[in-house]
Design a protein around this ligand. Structure first.
Ligand code: CIR
Length: 409
């Protein structure tokens, strides 16, 4: 029987995927909180939902089973009978370990049915929702005008980042910014308590109880023994070495981690915003990540003695990919055709962030029409999804999907 998690490539036919339909958490973004919540604008929710439904339907029409995060979380809570303990953990990680505001929030949330409680945790709790005025010292010292008890989690529709499926296991991530750190609690809960995953032999290659950061947008499964990881704004060297050690010593089958350095900025926050695998030997690459003469820093990591890692530094992405994939040649397809105006414009709206649903078949945003046409010229089948509002969160089709099962290639 297929395992609940089985991902041995970026391109094998997508059988099962995890999505999160954007909901009212997006309507809790304000101009004041926008940049801290990692958004560049405020999406218009009804259109964002229509666009997301369109994306989900494309996947279903391609034979993919679509699971939704909030459903799995509610089912895991019910099945594990952990409503109370999960709520306490969430409140604690939201800054309310105890005290009168903890008690008021707890009272409000625990009395909701499980689905409503889960939704509320994701959407956030505004101060005016609860008839309660904190009188404790800590609250008095805080900004009285701040509108939320619990911050919204508007980035949840980017299911790619809080966790990553690798082989028959998962990395559950300690994320970089506080705006997203609580998100991975949901996947931790699902793996531990949901009947589809719990006690089904899902390995946790690295859990979220770390201080060093890693995010799923940086974790690309190139094949059944090679993982590429971005050295980025969101993923640290320590976390890369940690997960490499765990993969090498466990039963993962992985023997190579290829770390790829990318610029540390918001537009290119993860490796998958600038580089994705779309066929056995074809990749999208944003030319902005390549330095003089097309150079880029890479580190090929292999197991050494005991816990040691053997690390080989290089400067050529194509060479490194040819080596780890055992290919004579490969096709790096430049976003926007490498045009100095088109490439950064389309990359900004995730023109490099393609989701492969089978070898040579990708889902992309329709707005990146230059890059889409170039992909077609390179023989790729491109299925476009509508994208005016979803793209305001700075993530594309790969960011919005977490593959759980792919066919082997
Ligand atoms: N893998 C990705 O690149 N995900 C996009 C995440 C966008 C989100 N607003 C963030 O900044 O984390």
């Amino acid at each position: 029987m297929t395992k609940p998690i089985h991902v041995t490539s970026e391109i094998g036919k997508l059988d099962v995927v995890l999505l999160k339909r954007p909901s009212e958490e997006v309507e809790n973004i304000t101009p004041d909180t926008m940049s801290r919540l990692l958004f560049d604008d405020i999406p218009y929710l009804p259109i964002a939902q229509k666009e997301h439904d369109n994306f989900a339907q494309i996947l279903r029409d391609s034979g993919t089973e679509v699971l939704y995060l909030d459903d799995l979380v509610a089912e895991a809570i019910e099945s594990g009978d952990v409503k109370s303990s999960f709520l306490d953990k969430m409140l604690s990680e939201s800054g309310y370990a105890k005290g009168c505001d903890h008690d008021a929030l707890r009272e409000y949330l625990i009395n909701l049915d499980t689905q409503s409680m889960v939704k509320k945790l994701m959407v956030g709790v505004r101060k005016n929702e609860i008839d309660f005025t904190p009188t404790d010292l800590v609250s008095a010292a805080e900004d009285a005008d701040y509108p939320f008890f619990l911050d919204p989690m508007p980035n949840l529709y980017f299911t790619r980042d809080p966790a990553a499926a690798i082989g028959e296991g998962i990395s559950i991530n300690h994320m970089t910014y506080s705006a997203r750190q609580r998100e991975s609690m949901f996947m931790e809960l699902i793996i531990a308590k949901h009947p589809r995953f719990a006690d089904k032999g899902v390995h946790v290659w690295r859990d979220r109880n770390h201080t060093k950061r890693i995010e799923g947008g940086d974790e690309l499964v190139l094949n059944n023994h090679v993982l590429a990881i971005g050295v980025s704004q969101r993923t640290s060297a320590t976390a890369i070495q940690d997960i490499a050690r765990n993969l090498f010593k466990d039963t993962s089958g992985f023997d190579t981690v290829l770390a790829i350095s990318i610029p540390h900025n918001h537009a290119m926050m993860h490796l998958d915003t600038v580089f994705t695998m779309i066929n056995y030997d074809q990749f999208t690459v944003h030319p902005g990540i390549l330095g003089k003469g097309g150079k880029i820093d890479t580190w090929m990591i292999h197991p050494g003695n005991g816990d040691e890692l053997v690390i080989e530094h290089g400067h050529d992405l194509k060479d490194a990919l040819k080596k780890v994939l055992d290919l004579d040649d490969l096709d790096l397809i430049a976003t926007g055709g490498g045009d100095p105006i088109v490439a950064p414009r389309e990359q900004w709206n995730d023109g490099s962030n393609t989701l492969a649903i089978a070898p040579g078949v990708v889902v992309t945003y329709d707005r990146n029409y230059v890059s889409n046409e170039i992909l077609r010229q390179h023989g790729i089948k491109v299925i476009e999804t509508i994208s005016s509002e979803l793209s305001r969160g700075r993530g594309g089709p790969r960011c919005m999907s977490m593959p759980l099962v792919r066919e082997d290639i």
